[in-house]
Design a protein around this ligand. Sequence first.
Ligand SMILES: Cc1cc2nc3c(=O)[nH]c(=O)nc-3n(C[C@H](O)[C@H](O)[C@H](O)COP(=O)(O)OP(=O)(O)OC[C@H]3O[C@@H](n4cnc5c(N)ncnc54)[C@H](O)[C@@H]3O)c2cc1C
Length: 543
Amino acid sequence: MPEIEVPVLIVGGSLVGMSTALLLAHHGVRALAVENHRGTAIHPRAAQISQRTMEIFRTVGVERIVREKSDEQFVQDGAILAVETLAGKEIQRFIANLNEGVTDVSPCRRCFISQSLLEPLLKARVQELGGELLFGTEMVSFEQDADGVTAVIRDRDTGQTKIVRAQYMVAADGARSGVRQQLGIRMAGHGTFSKSITIYFRADLEPLMRDRNMTVIYVFNPVLRGFFRIEKPFQSGFLAVNIANDLGHPVTDVSTGLSEERSLQFVRAALGRDDIPITIENVMHWDSAADMAERFQVGRVLLAGDAAHVMPPNGGFGGNTGVQDAHNLAWKLALVAKGKAGPDLLSTYEPERRPASALTVEQAYTRYVVRVAPDLPADQHQALVNDLNIEMGYIYRSSAIIPEDANDDRVHENPRESKGRPGTRAPHVWLKRDDKEISTLDLFGGNVVLLAGVDSNALCDAARSAAEEVGIEVDVHRVGEGGLTDPVADLASAYGIDRAGAVLVRPDGFVAWRLKNGENESAKQMKHVLLKLFSRSPAEFPV
Ligand SMILES: Cc1cc2nc3c(=O)[nH]c(=O)nc-3n(C[C@H](O)[C@H](O)[C@H](O)COP(=O)(O)OP(=O)(O)OC[C@H]3O[C@@H](n4cnc5c(N)ncnc54)[C@H](O)[C@@H]3O)c2cc1C
């Protein structure tokens, strides 16, 4: 007999496991996340949080606190640049200001906050929403059958074990995922190209900053290649070192046999000064790799985050991609666990997230080659794609999207060009509700949403009656109804619909279906769309 029964068991409670727990709690699903470590992340690791991740944080009510704390830790809106040394010459600016040229596409801004500061904020919100996190607890074994997953978890302090029975299990157990290995899923890609280190140190860096607003500082000199991140008030930071000495070598190792003296030499060489007192606080050893899991799902077990894809930190995509996995997965798990959607809805996770992740892994690798290791073969990496396309312009294709056009195989586009096309992120437009400014994005994140033009009364009625008949909750938002207004008349053009048209938006803010002009829409067709989106059999409700 299982001692704990939950709809979803999450293995790993770091950034991605925690985000999965948070999103499931937001959807009202009881989930249990077990984390081997006794607390949240101690190493800063991820810090660049994309606009898309901030939009997700906005939905679950943590955007404001994340922004406030980020301001305390880092200067925001800094440059991403390369220098010979911190004291010396600048070589190139890759991005002049983290938020330059992107603020029109979202109500949220990119921000910089380390994982070690972010995770406690997410944890507090999980607990506020009633989610369960067990730290110091390892998932030691699992097996799955046709109806669920049975796992053994062990308290690291007491050694006590418990049996957990769940309908589904999410493996957010990181790059060395034991779950992935047990399932026999292989990783494929560029493999490991650097045995890297991150040196956490203290030093008075303020004079070397020279009032420059810098977010990620690549160091490119004959001794080493890597990058700095420096916290306010410029008395501490880290130096990641990917390459040293064997410049030009395809696989390099700065980790093996590292001494404290060598770490000090690296920091001095990157600062370009050897007269500044430095205290080494810690060194983390990690593999820089760019690989994808060949599958993201086996039966009732789904991989998310670094368990599904690993990439070098260049671009700041790794953790964000994992949060997007969690976001794609949570509403599907919630609806399936509640019996509202058919289990096939979960089969749309891999076809949607794998291409988006593959793009991101390749683009992180491209940034590694371009910014850190230009001696690596140029024909083995993709051409550079704009950060915005990677962060927000990834395109989904699956049975949970009702396409308008033939598949053109594109995996990304500028989010300004998607205009509400099914399979793309529903665009941000400022609207008003009762004179209060809201983003279209503030309407999404709970139930499926029908967002409709001002002359779409008949369509909205059809949606309401179809939803009631099939027992699916749909929030209908029509401009001109319930205090919702579109003062700048932006909605129609941003979504490619006319005044009688509408879009059906999934809980993850992706457009599932669009009706450019709603004149001829009927409840029957609407019912068909909802059944398809929720992987329910049309035989349940013959049309
Ligand atoms: C130097 C550096 C800088 C980076 N900068 C950025 C950045 O700016 N932006 C960004 O988006 N990403 C960045 N990344 C990448 C980011 O840190 C990772 O992608 C992210 O941490 C992955 O989160 P995760 O939860 O999938 O995996 P992890 O953080 O590895 O967490 C997995 C967790 O699972 C637990 N676990 C494993 N097995 C079990 C088990 N059997 N039972 C219980 N618990 C288990 C582990 O203890 C661990 O806590 C950076 C990485 C590095 C190294």
